[in-house]
Design a protein around this ligand. Structure first.
Ligand code: ADP
Length: 874
């Protein structure tokens, strides 16, 4: 239900009530409120506070006319329906009233029409109001469009066919002329003859306009010229408009000169941004990515499409990112502020952390509104790494200094303690807290400044030295210690000394040990020096060579050279004779592995010892070998002589043994047989038998004589010196054969003597006689007379150094097995022998004495040949 506010103007309240009832009755669609006024004053008053929907007024009022009331209402509410309700039925009055603007005229007699009149009036009013609204809206919209039209920054104009018919204010500005200069003109007036594409403007424009007219909206870039001919780049859109029955073209021209410029500028900037190694991010005012450069993708591994519209912090940060820093950034961005030099850990798409230094600039438009942020980020991972490594190194270095076994003390230039490490605490007994801040004087040096220490400090401060000094210091408990100081000036960047750092070592014990060592070394040296043994000391160098490092005077005496001159040389250089031997190997073994080596080294000449050394090599410290040696030539010579004598004695002893054996047999047998024969002869009376017995006795005695003769020869050979004389072999051999006349079967033998002429041979004739006597008597003794032509031959031939005597026979010969032994003393090779077995032994001895040689060739049952080669002793 709609509200309806009804104003009743009537001086007759009763009439008014009637009207009210009438309306109440018939206007049931409305919730009516009635306001009754009876005078002009009341009427005016209520209109000040109330806007009635309808006014019902009497036509004739006492001090106020209904027409006046109508006019007053119209002045205030021109569209509120005003209906006259009157008692008089007058056509003119009604006409007058309608003319004046009343909406209806109802006669009280026909009051039933009142409700209808009010309803009609309200309907009419509604339509009226609607029309007014529409008109208002049209007017407003027209105004708005005009304003829009004129306030647009783009040129907007209308064309009918090829002629401008209207344009906005921007058109004047863009084309540089007034509306009058445009309207009525052909657009070709504002284009150059040709477009940058090369096409004639007229043709191109015509084409575009025709297309637009055909209903295809056109949008293209165009080069225009201003009224004065200045060209400018524009973006043009053409649209066909149908207004009523007419067809227009609406053109919008935007001057894009500036945009073109900034496009180029932007391209250039983007190029720069893309070629830089720094990350460039452009974000909107909310911090959402609008653009990133190539370096961004290279470093973060995110392609542009993946990050556009995102806030960098949401995907770049990771576990090690510093939250304080990120909060700072968010806060700054939220406040629309930039920041600089912020360093933070970000993560690549694959999760690899990297350090960036970020600078963010807010970008504002002309009106000061925040539109973008530009972030430039440089990858500082390497620098950060170095920085962190440096910091880490510094920390480690600090620790090292603190834990260094060497005392480290830092001083200011006045020698006050700045730093004091643990080792300093240990050496000097002062805790760090006790030492820091105190002067060196009175702390570890006497309180009175020492000029020498001051001098060292001055040298250090002036950077001229003082880097090392040794002095006595006092510890907290008063002990004096000897310290070695290594000092360095600490400088600032300008090179000015700002302090001193010292490293201190307590060398008290070391110095003491050194002195002791020196003393013991001295003693040791003295021992070496006075040792009767020769000493060489070798050290193994890095090339595994033995270098002679020490020797002693005894070595000089023993070797006969000045060994000191060989010091520093390799063993092979010093003693080339050792090159081909294994000795350097043994020394190395001793030096490196501690394997001792011992030898006796001897040198011979013609079987005689000319030199002998006893050598001991043993490890003497790390990679060192000491070689001690003694000359033992004398001892060795004596030893050799004794050995020889011993061997001779042994031989003599053996000979003596043989002799005793032979003597018992060879001497006693003939004597026993002789004694027996003598007893038999004593009983024999027959002369012939006695004669036979005497013969037998004679043979026994001869045997005995032979033996004694042999022994005497042997003894003589040993005792007597060689007597050299010319030898006449023929006389000598013939003499021997003559002496052997008594031998049994000499008479059956062909005895031949062949002696080479002009021998001119000198030797010992007695010895040669003994030799030949033995050989010839054997040849006769062992002859085989059963052979057809038994013989004995003695030949003497010239040899290179003298003569060769050959005694040959074709007798029994000697068994091969006996041959090697026939020259032994008392050796008999056959049972047939009646001799003592000493003959060939004497032959051999004599031959050797005369520096000759003896040889035998014999075949059993064929014969024997004995060769004696004797040098000419002249
Ligand atoms: P013996 O007194 O036994 O002859 P020898 O020393 O003279 O002693 O000779 C040693 C041995 O050599 C003899 O016992 C004999 O067997 C053998 N012998 C030496 N000369 C000859 C020779 N001309 N023919 C054969 N045998 C010989």
């Amino acid at each position: 239900m709609r509200n309806l506010s009804v104003l009743l103007l009537d001086e007759n309240v009763l009439d008014a009530k009637l009207n009210q009832d009438e309306l109440q009755l018939h206007l049931q669609d409305y919730r009516c409120t009635f306001h009754l006024v009876t005078s002009k004053t009341e009427y005016h008053k209520i209109l000040d506070t109330l806007a009635p929907d309808v006014v019902l007024s009497d036509y004739n009022l006492p001090s106020y006319t209904g027409l006046e009331a109508l006019r007053d209402l119209k002045a205030k509410f021109p569209y509120t329906p005003f209906i006259f309700v009157t008692g008089t039925q007058q056509e003119e009055v009604a006409a007058q009233a309608i003319k004046e603007g009343a909406w209806d005229y109802v006669v009280k007699d026909r009051i039933s029409r009142l409700a209808m009149a009010v309803q009609n009036a309200l309907k009419l009013r509604e339509e009226q109001l609607k029309n007014i609204e529409i008109q208002d809206a049209v007017a407003k919209s027209e105004l708005r469009f005009r304003t829009l039209f004129n306030s647009a920054s783009d040129a907007i104009f209308m064309m009918q066919g090829p002629t401008f018919i209207d344009c906005n204010t921007a058109t004047e500005k863009i084309f540089g002329c007034t509306k009058d200069q445009i309207v009525g003109q052909n657009p070709i007036l504002f284009s150059p003859p040709f477009q940058p594409s090369g096409l004639p403007s007229e043709t191109a424009a015509h084409e575009k306009i025709q297309s637009a007219l055909a209903g295809q909206p056109q949008f293209f870039e165009w080069q225009h010229i201003q009224y004065d001919g200045t060209p400018f780049d524009a973006e043009v859109s053409l649209n066909r408009l149908e207004i009523g029955n007419e067809i227009f073209i609406q053109a919008i021209v935007r001057d894009i000169t500036q945009r073109k410029k900034s496009e180029i500028e932007n391209k250039r900037l983007a190029m720069v941004a893309n070629t830089t190694n720094n990350i460039v991010v452009i974000a909107d005012s909310e911090g959402r990515i609008e653009w990133v450069n190539r370096a961004f993708t290279v470093i973060t591994e995110y392609p542009f499409e993946e990050v556009i519209g995102k806030r960098p912090g949401t995907f770049l940060q990771g576990p090690e990112t510093d939250l304080v820093q990120t909060q700072f950034m968010s806060q700054k961005l939220a406040q629309g502020q930039g920041f600089k030099d912020l360093e933070i850990i970000n993560y690549t798409k694959r999760g690899k952390p990297y350090w960036v230094q970020i600078e963010v600039q807010p970008i504002h438009d002309a009106s000061g509104r925040l539109i973008q942020f530009i972030a430039i980020e440089s990858d500082v991972t390497e620098r950060k790494k170095t920085q962190l490594a440096l910091a880490d190194r510094e920390k480690r270095f600090r620790n090292l200094v603190q834990q260094s076994p060497v005392a480290v003390i830092e001083w200011d230039t006045n020698l006050n303690v700045l730093e004091w490490n643990e080792a300093a605490e240990n050496i000097f007994g002062y805790a760090r807290t006790e030492a820091v801040g105190r002067s060196v004087f009175g702390l570890i040096l006497p309180a009175a400044p020492d000029p020498e220490i001051q001098r060292v400090a001055d040298l250090l401060i002036e950077q001229k030295g003082g880097n090392r000094n040794t002095n006595k210091n006092t510890t907290k408990n008063g002990t004096t210690i000897l310290c070695e100081w290594y000092n360095r000036p600490l400088t600032d960047e300008a090179g000015k000394t700002i302090g001193i750092v010292s490293m201190v070592e307590d060398i008290t014990e070391r110095v003491k040990a050194e002195i002791e060592l020196k003393e013991s070394e001295l003693k040791f040296r003295q021992i070496i020096h006075s040792s009767p043994m020769g000493i060489y000391v070798y050290e193994v160098n890095e090339k595994n060579q033995l270098i002679l490092v020490d020797t002693n005077p005894a070595a000089d005496t023993l070797t006969g050279i000045r060994n000191v001159e060989l010091i520093g040389k390799t063993i092979e250089e010093a003693f080339p004779g050792l090159r081909e031997t294994d000795i350097p190997k043994y020394y190395l073994d001793a030096a490196l592995h501690g394997t001792p080596w011992y030898t006796e080294d001897m040198y011979y000449d013609e079987g005689k010892i000319t030199g002998a050394f006893q050598v001991y090599a043993f490890q003497a410290g790390h990679s060192r070998v000491a070689v001690m040696f003694l000359n033992i030539t004398g001892r060795k010579q004596i030893e050799a002589a004794i050995k020889q004598k011993n061997e001779e004695l042994l031989k003599i002893n053996a000979e003596l043994d043989s002799f005793v054996y032979s003597a018992s047999h060879d001497l006693r047998a003939p004597i026993a047989s002789l004694l027996g024969l003598v007893e038999v002869a004593r009983l024999e009376k027959d002369n012939a038998s006695l004669e036979r017995l005497l013969d037998m006795q004679k043979r026994s005695l001869m045997k005995l004589d032979n033996f004694i003769h042999d022994i005497v020869s042997y003894s003589r050979n040993n005792r007597l010196d060689i007597q050299v004389e010319p030898i006449d072999f023929i006389t000598l051999i013939e003499g021997i054969f003559e002496q052997l006349y008594f031998m049994d079967h000499l008479g059956y033998l062909d005895c031949r003597i062949v002696v080479a002429p002009t021998l001119n041979f000198h030797s010992d004739s007695k010895r040669i006689t003994v030799v030949l006597n033995n050989l010839i008597s054997n040849a006769i003794k062992y002859a085989d007379i059963s052979k057809p032509d038994p013989y004995v031959e003695v030949r003497v031939d010239k040899s290179p150094d003298g003569v060769t005597i050959c005694v040959a026979d074709n007798g029994d010969g000697i068994d091969e097995e006996h041959l090697p032994k026939i020259f032994d003393m008392f050796y008999r090779a056959t049972q047939k022998s009646s001799g003592s077995g000493i003959g060939l032994y004497i032959v051999n001895e004599i031959t050797q004495k005369m520096k000759g040689t003896l040889k035998v060739e014999s075949i059993k049952r064929v014969g024997s040949k004995f060769f004696v080669n004797l040098p000419n002793l002249n």
